[in-house]
Design a protein around this ligand. Structure first.
Ligand SMILES: [Mg+2]
Length: 118
């Protein structure tokens, strides 16, 4: 990677956040994690990200609402990958790519390559 690649992960499950952060940091990426929609909105307005990984099912503000905020309210140009253990929720949802949970690191790396480097 030629520059500091910054990823934001939004998921209400803390173990998932920590695991994904650790693995992406090992690839040399800078990773921020947040566990709810309010934190997501705040950090999205403070920082620039190259990629966002967004969980679909979260209490209060769900992934669909956050996606709407990113794409239509703020019009941020960042690619957003939707993640869910309930894959039908990801259908026709407007994400740039989707990852049904659970997914392998290989799958995630492939997707990052496709979305951000091709
Ligand atoms: Mg969830």
């Amino acid at each position: 990677m030629m520059y500091n690649f910054c990823v934001l992960i939004i998921d209400d499950e803390i173990p998932i956040l920590k695991m994904l952060r650790q693995r992406l940091e090992r690839l040399g990426m800078t990773v921020d994690i947040v566990s709810n929609g309010k934190q997501a909105v705040r950090i999205l307005n403070e920082n620039y990200y190259d990629l966002i990984l967004l969980d679909m099912k979260m209490p209060e503000i769900d992934g669909g609402q956050i996606l709407d905020y990113i794409k239509f309210q703020k019009k941020f140009e960042v690619p957003v990958v939707g993640m869910s253990g309930t894959p039908w929720l990801l259908k026709n949802s407007g994400f740039d790519a989707v990852l049904p949970k659970p997914f392998s690191m290989e799958k995630l790396k492939e997707m990052i390559q496709k979305l951000c480097y091709e």
